[in-house]
Design a protein around this ligand. Structure first.
Ligand SMILES: Nc1ncnc2c1ncn2[C@@H]1O[C@H](COP(=O)(O)OP(=O)(O)OP(=O)(O)O)[C@@H](O)[C@H]1O
Length: 359
């Protein structure tokens, strides 16, 4: 494969903790959970390159990981391991992402465009075009949380195509609009393709994929099952869908359960080791392969859990804060308390009924 890629993902995984409650989630953040929390690996090691000017389709059954992958590429969520390299001075816009429910359509246009780096003057110049393409009438002045999914898609698509990104990520946006809007979007996507923009197109509509995509990646229960030219991958995927449809209800359930169990049981260390072994096999003379692979896996990711050091520091800061509150309420000075900590038990102040402290 040529090296002048626009986007590269390498050994990308995504783990979700399946918390039952918010408190379980909070305890896990501070690493205070006594019982292990079940995990689910939405992606189990995806490596893929996308070339400049290419339209890559992402296909796969519900829950296979397409949106997870496109959200990682667009920087909306972090990967658990692996490298995501988006080349050049690139702006990405994912249609469904970043619309704030409490803001109106108009406010969302400005916000999203500002986040794309446009100035207020540039946004003013584009506003009429964005509004007329979205064509959602007076809903423009309503909070986005009151929109139907079709309206959100119209607004998101319109903003995305007018702020002129290098890379456009379209995740199921065309499946919710009516025919007229669909045709407008297809025309716009074709225009983008002609301008040489890179597009990631996530869709369940194989017809749309066949019409728009140069290559296709088939994501299958967290793995990259196949990637290649549109015709052959769509053919293989159709054969899989037919095979699946021909199964009995019980067999379908069994198959899905087996695939999901594999995603729960995925062993990241074993996967890392297999990447090390593959690399050693491919480049027998390379040194420190294990350390390099570890860096590739974890070097560019932000941990979503606290390290032991951070945990200790957090507890110390909390204790210091509580102590300073106690000293303050006791009415003694810090030096008095330092000389004789027992004075903390003899406060010189009390809180009156109005809530203020009296000496
Ligand atoms: N925040 C989350 N917490 C736990 N699991 C999640 C979370 N987000 C996604 N998942 C799981 O990750 C898997 C992949 O989800 P994703 O939305 O990427 O699939 P998809 O291929 O885009 O599906 P669809 O075609 O239905 O849109 C699913 O099993 C989903 O339940």
């Amino acid at each position: 494969m040529a090296t002048d890629y626009k986007i590269m993902v390498q050994n990308v995984t995504k783990e979700y903790d399946l918390f039952k409650t918010q408190s379980e989630k909070l305890r896990s953040f501070f690493a205070l959970n006594s019982k292990p929390v079940p995990h689910f690996w939405s992606l189990m090691g995806i490596s893929l390159k996308i070339m400049p000017g290419e339209t890559l389709g992402l296909i796969g059954v519900n829950g296979s990981g397409k949106s997870t992958l496109s959200n990682i590429i667009s920087g909306i969520i972090p990967q658990t391991t692996g490298i995501v390299d988006v080349r050049g001075d690139t702006s990405i816009i994912a249609i469904g992402a970043g619309l704030r429910g409490n803001l109106t359509g108009l406010e969302n246009i400005r916000l999203k465009a500002l986040m794309q780096g446009l100035t207020n003057e540039e946004i003013d110049g584009l506003m009429d075009d964005i509004v007329s393409f979205a064509d959602i009438g007076d809903f423009l002045y309503q909070p986005v949380k009151s929109y139907s999914s079709g309206m959100k898609s119209r607004l998101g698509f319109s903003i995305a195509v007018h702020v002129n990104p290098d890379i456009l990520i379209i995740d199921e946006a065309l499946s919710v609009g009516d025919d007229t809007f669909y045709q407008k979007c297809v025309d716009k996507i074709s225009e983008f393709k002609q301008e040489g923009k890179t597009i990631i197109f996530v869709s369940h509509s194989l017809k749309q994929v066949e019409m728009l995509c140069d290559r296709v990646a088939w994501i299958h229960y967290g793995t990259l099952k196949e990637v290649g030219d549109t015709e052959s991958i769509v053919k293989d995927y159709r054969a899989f869908v037919k095979w699946f449809k021909d199964l009995s209800k019980k067999e379908k359930k069994q198959f899905q359960r087996k695939m999901k169990e594999a995603q729960k049981a995925f062993d990241i260390d074993a996967y890392q080791q297999s990447v090390v072994e593959d690399r050693q096999h491919e480049y027998p003379k390379e040194k420190n392969v294990a350390a390099k692979v570890k860096k590739d896996f974890y070097g560019s990711v932000i941990s979503e859990k606290m390290t032991v050091g951070t945990r200790i520091l957090t507890v110390l800061v909390l204790l210091a804060f509580l102590l300073s509150c106690w000293v303050n309420v006791s009415g003694h000075s810090l030096t008095e308390v330092a000389d004789n900590p027992s004075v903390l038990m003899q406060p010189t102040s009390h809180v009156n009924t109005a809530g203020s402290i009296k000496k």
